[in-house]
Design a binder for this molecule. Structure first.
Ligand code: ADP
Ligand code: MG
Length: 696
């Protein structure tokens, strides 16, 4: 099969719809997809029939409503197409009702108090804007997931609401600039996905990788990433075979996998798709992560999506490239060629700047997980402080606007925005700042704080919501203005003045920057998940999310609870895994080595009383001391987990996890890693960092 033939062959996409639906049904469905028109049941019935025919022709026997509960992964429950026929046989059947709505038992999914236990039912509702696809023998229908009371129990519903909110507000602005032909504004996303590949046999020998997705122990090997020889390096044959297979699987699902390369750390790689509509990109990213794991297995590999699988080398993130475009194809973040377009562009640009400054906390907490805390708060890129990179040229233009000064890039005219004298400027292609958490890269913003295992839904919900709010305030001012040009000019200038503290074009990894950000600029530095999450329920944030109908108040609280509980549970599992490995694997190994050494000392001394066996004796002493310390550290951690379990309030549990459990984990790790460096390799109970990082 050629790539064009293969592409989307497992998707009930526009080509299939066109071919299999009557002209009226197709037109009606298209109205629903493009403009959100309500779907009527007769149309749904026809679509369901066509979908079923297509799916069964392609070997499907089951269908499922595929959804994204708040766990951050995807869920599915399979139903057969079979239905008894009068002649004793069966027919394959699928109704419009089954397509539009499903009723999974919601009781086993986290609801953060949203679903009373007596009301266990939830329902799933078809998202016709994301195509149905085939996974093995199952037709998967992308859906939203709600409680019976109508509260969103998933990540897709608020994501769709946030896209709608942004559309509403951006349309108000576009009207003011006279864009009569525009019907909708759509946000697009291209998420770059980083991951590690390790040998599967080795992976299975490490309980920490199996239970938690990251190494909880491991001394640094002599070689890490210091030679910088892995980034963009030649791809090894085994990895190459994996990537080829992965691309094919993704293409079949209509996922535009485009770029692949080695990343900075050994065994680290990246895959980037071509961008698409935000909710589709989110569905596709979930599928990409799932398929990466599946394909890796086939190649005798394990794919690690954790943000920090290895201490001491780079962690993995997901760069969320985000932009807004009209249904007519105009990218609102594309600096245009004519002054009028430039004014409109600048307004949208400044809206993002204002949004990111005012809702730093929401953006930060949208990516807050136990795993991601190892990147953001630690000595790693990007920092937990949010700032925006604009590049030199844009920066100079904004400065000129702010100060009402001539822009040096043009013939020294005073800039009056909205008026016809705004300078032309080209996209900034010079500096590609890699350290900025929120970087303008020519015609889009790249949010780099998203963790590699995160669903991108939350980051985009908060981005869309914050920008919608900034646009709403702009529209309120401009719609009431008597002199539009003057009002626009003032609005841009005042907004830049108020929010320029968030713009930073320097090195984001620099300690001096963190100090400046916190002390001089008053920017937030929310290093840990509990620190960040508590801001979700700040009045200012709840009010904004309510105003744009992205969450209800109860939904906001439920997210707080679920995300914090997820943090606590994740760390708790890690702590227990550490205790288990220390007691059952590491201590016995160190002891076995020590006792063999002791036996060797005995044998040597039996040869002659003059033999000192100094090396062995010293080593036995050190190992003996270490086993005591490992034992004590493991016991302390184990006790701390018991203490954690005795706390009833989830906020207090979160604080205790951060302040007590995590430091005790670090203490246990440090003694165990020291023991690893002293224990003979043949005694060490699991593959080392060197084995894992350089073993493929
Ligand atoms: P880099 O590594 O230099 O950031 P990549 O090519 O790896 O570049 O990733 C860029 C990502 O940005 C791709 O997923 C691409 O499709 C996406 N992208 C490009 N233009 C837009 C846009 N207008 N809106 C959203 N995403 C975009
Ligand atoms: Mg990038």
């Amino acid at each position: 099969m050629t790539v064009p033939e293969m592409f989307g062959c497992k998707v009930f996409d526009d080509r299939q719809m066109r071919a299999r639906l009557s002209a009226e049904v197709y037109a009606s469905l298209k109205e629903t997809i493009d403009n959100g028109k309500k779907l009527d049941l007769s149309v749904a019935n026809s679509v369901a029939q066509a979908m079923c025919a297509w799916a069964t022709e392609n070997g499907a026997t089951h269908f499922t409503h595929w959804f994204q509960p708040m766990t951050g992964i995807t869920a599915e429950k399979h139903d057969g197409f079979i239905s008894p026929a009068p002649n004793g046989g069966v027919i394959m059947e699928f109704s419009g009702k089954e397509l539009i709505q499903g009723e999974p038992d919601a009781s086993s999914f986290p609801s953060g108090g949203l679903r009373a236990t007596f009301e266990a039912r939830g329902y799933t509702a078809w998202d016709p804007t994301s195509y149905a696809f085939l996974k093995e023998n199952t037709l998967c229908i992308p859906t939203a997931f709600c409680s019976y009371g109508g509260e969103a129990l998933d990540k897709k519903t608020p994501l769709l609401r946030s896209m709608e909110a942004l559309n509403r507000q951006a349309m108000r602005i576009l009207k003011l600039f006279g864009n009569e032909d525009v019907k909708r504004v759509i946000t697009s996303v291209g998420p770059e996905q980083e991951y590690f590949l390790v040998d599967r046999e080795m992976y299975l020998k490490r309980k920490d990788l199996v239970y938690t997705g990251r190494t909880l122990f491991g001394a640094m090997p002599p070689k890490g990433q210091e030679l910088e020889d892995h980034y963009f390096g030649a791809i090894k044959p085994r990895v190459q075979a994996f990537m080829e297979d992965l691309n094919e699987e993704l293409w079949k699902l209509g996922i535009l996998a485009k770029t692949e390369h080695n990343e900075v750390a050994p065994a680290q790689h990246e895959l980037a798709p071509i961008y698409t509509t935000t909710n589709v990109a989110t569905d596709h990213n979930q599928l990409t992560m799932e398929i990466m794991k599946k394909v890796a297995r086939k190649h005798g590999l394990a794919c690690l999506l954790h943000e920090k699988p290895f201490a001491g080398v780079n962690g993995s993130g997901k760069h969320n490239n985000w932009s807004m475009a009209t249904n007519t194809g105009m990218n609102l973040l594309n600096p245009g060629d004519t002054p009028a377009e430039n004014a409109q562009f600048l307004l949208f640009l400044v809206a993002v700047i204002k949004a990111v400054d005012e809702y730093q906390d929401l953006l930060r907490l949208s990516v807050a997980t136990a795993g991601n805390d190892h990147r953001l708060g630690a000595n790693e890129a990007p920092p937990a402080v949010i700032s925006i990179f604009l590049g030199d040229e844009l920066n100079a233009i904004l400065e000129a606007v702010e100060k009402d000064e001539p822009y040096a890039g043009t013939e020294k005219k005073r800039i009056r925005l909205g008026a016809d004298v705004l300078p032309r400027f080209n996209r900034d292609t010079t500096d590609r700042n890699r350290t900025s958490p929120f970087a303008f890269t020519g015609n889009k913003f790249e949010f780099r704080m998203v963790g590699s295992s995160n669903s991108i839904a939350c980051a985009n919900i908060m981005t869309n919501a914050s920008v919608a709010e900034a646009l709403r305030q702009f529209a309120d001012v401009l719609e009431g203005a008597e002199d539009f040009d003057a009002a626009l000019h003032e609005l841009l200038r005042d907004t830049i003045r108020a929010h320029k503290r968030i713009i930073f074009n320097g090195n984001g990894y620099d300690d001096a920057w963190i100090k400046e950000a916190e002390e001089e600029r008053g920017l937030l530095n929310l290093r840990t998940t509990p620190d960040a999450l508590s801001r979700l329920v700040d009045r200012k944030n709840i009010d904004m999310l309510l105003r744009h109908r992205i969450y209800s108040e109860a939904e906001v609280h439920s997210r707080y609870e679920i995300q914090l509980e997820n943090y606590i549970r994740t760390v708790r599992i890690e702590a227990l895994t550490m205790v288990d490995m220390a007691q059952k694997d590491i201590l016995p190994a160190v002891m076995a080595y020590g006792s063999d050494l002791a036996a060797a000392i005995g044998r040597k001394k039996a040869v002659s009383a003059d033999i000192a066996a100094g090396y062995e004796t010293r080593l036995v002493g050190r190992l003996d001391d270490l086993t005591d310390r490992i034992d004590a550290a493991a016991a302390a951690l184990n006790d701390a987990v018991k203490e954690l379990d005795a706390i009833s309030d989830f906020v207090a549990q979160g604080d205790f996890t951060r302040d007590d459990i995590i430091p005790k984990m670090a203490a246990l790790r440090s003694v165990c890693d020291e023991a690893e460096t002293l224990t003979a390799a043949s005694y060490w109970p699991f593959p080392t960092y060197g084995d894992l990082l350089f073993g493929v």
